[in-house]
Design a protein around this ligand. Sequence first.
Ligand code: NAP
Length: 305
Amino acid sequence: MTTALYRRVAFVGLGLIASSMAHAIRGASLAAQMSGTARSAETRDIAREIGLVDQVCDTAAEAVAGADLVVLCAPVGAMADIAREIGPHLAPGATVTDVGSVKQAVIDAVGPHLPGHVHFIPGHPLAGTEHSGPRAGFAGLFRNRWCILTPLEGCDAGALDRLTRLWQGMGSQIDLMDAPHHDLVLAVTSHTPHLIAYTMVGVADDLRRVTDSEVIKYSAAGFRDFTRIAASDPVMWRDVFLTNKDATLEILGRFTEELFALQRAIRRGDGAQLQDYFTRTRAIRRGIIEAGQDTDAPDFGRQNT
Ligand code: NAP
């Protein structure tokens, strides 16, 4: 039998990530007790109805009282207000972590509101779906996925070890890096690709010469995968771009340059340049499959299509 790593884990925000953590923590008996809160009464009622955590509280202050781990699971833009509210109610020695998709902005927003007697260890699980809310979670979300922790200088080694073991218990592998580096890596691997997907879906929507029914009917040719990404939560992604501005603009600048280069190659009929480029990108896909981060099943693993 597993010994619980924490006495009481408190979630502030009860959406996809918090609900997945709650299922995974319960499944592996990683905490003795869990509490949580969300902004709206509707979400709190759903969480109560499905028994997501042991205690659903009406305020964040109540939820974090007596918790030895507090996980901030709200959009990045809400974190400062949440930290201000919970700061005075945190138990001495508690660990505060978060799951936000951007790290430096969370550190700047949350850090100033936390008392000196808690350990603040920012985190980001690299796992998600396009679904939101307390019903969207499932225990396997983090299995075989990376979770990046960005501990601050002087971070307590015992607190870091305990949080590492929690994520490992939920199936994740852990990497440590500093927050600015995290934000640049994620701008390349997640934030800019999302922006491109949003743009491509927007372009199809604007293109009146192709009918809506044709876009939907022939979507399996590639467009469908953009639409899945572009269906992600609008508030969460608004906050990602507002808070990871510099790194995303840097990568977007490079992307635009490459796009112009390919545009020129197409205009000039430079087949060699196009083929070289696509050969290089194919190798990256192979690397992702070899690293176990996706399957090699045809058509992205979909069945019956
Ligand atoms: P979600 O399903 O939309 O849930 C967000 C939760 O935050 C909701 O329960 C919402 O409450 C609550 N919330 C919003 N503002 C709040 C406030 N001021 N006080 C208390 N609760 C508040 O979002 P999610 O996908 O779980 O994302 C949560 C965090 O994880 C974000 O920071 C995101 O960047 C990060 N993340 C997401 C993914 C992903 O793919 N989804 C992956 C990795 C990390 P209501 O329901 O009442 O509005």
